[in-house]
Write a protein that binds this ligand. Sequence first.
Ligand code: NAP
Length: 321
Amino acid sequence: MTTYTTRMLILGSGPAGLSAAIYGARAGMKPILVQGIQPGGQLMTTTDVENYPGFADVIQGPWLMEQMQKQAEHVGTQLMYDTVVEVDLTQRPFRLIGDGGDVYEGDVLVIATGAQAKWLGLDSEDALKGKGVSACATCDGFFYRGKKVAVIGGGNTAVEEALYLTNHSPDVTLIHRRDSLRAERILQERLFAHKGVTVLWNKEVDQFVDGGGTAGLVAIDLIDTVTGEKSRLDTEGGFVAIGHHPATELFRGHLKLDEDHYIWTETGSTRTNVPGVFACGDVMDKVYRQAVTAAGTGCMAALDAERFLAEMEFELAEAAE
Ligand code: NAP
């Protein structure tokens, strides 16, 4: 059992955590970054990335994360492979405890544990992920330009994704399991007014249909939730937009979470309700959820953390005089 101590402790190794590490290291905070169960985060399971600025050609998600990791290490971040099972935020230094008993202590803590898209849990969905089935229209919609696409869900995300897809596709279908949407009224009005969108009410996905060979998704089989009637919708893109799980279980009871279990942060900053603890990336952002916005809030967290430490050190120096 070893105790590791640093000024800046970071939990999570997606674009948010690694960006916080790059800025934190360059500000002299000697970050220790604990990588968590899925090093690299959601981009490790993404293939083509075409929307991360700075790369004229299509890049691969895992390659991008490898580069960010190397960059964080080159500027002085210590990367640790561990799964944190317990936290103590009641006093500084804050403590994270790994499953093997190792302890990580930091004068400030940056939480970047991310979120996972919810899936329907169908075998056919699993088989066609990346071959027509996706959980992010903003990331993958462009690959379906000119094609028929469908979005599953009835919340803000589903409606925003359906509207976003109309930029690329002349024929967008929204599939919802009930007869009314959960999304905000203004989004609903925009959706219903759009000629390129059809809404299928009271429909659940029975299965995603594989065209065989290299075809990928060719249709979605549906079941009517009221009548039980079966139908088929021809489509080449199926976007599952039924919500996300922010990875906040570890912090329940230790930090303020919002009504959707995301870490609450002060508007316009990454400050949580515990001074010295900062949150960035998808664990606090349920609106944008992009690699570039995660990286942006990671940078904000490092700047907020650096200012916090500078203020603390200034106060200590004044008290000592
Ligand atoms: P959400 O509000 O939880 O909506 C999830 C939708 O998926 C619901 O319509 C739900 O149906 C449906 N659904 C859930 N499980 C399903 C299943 N197994 N099969 C079929 N449909 C299923 O999720 P969200 O839209 O991602 O939004 C999450 C939070 O982020 C919300 O607070 C939202 O307001 C916020 N958000 C805000 C913005 C913005 O401010 N621009 C953008 C995106 C998200 P039911 O309605 O039948 O339950």
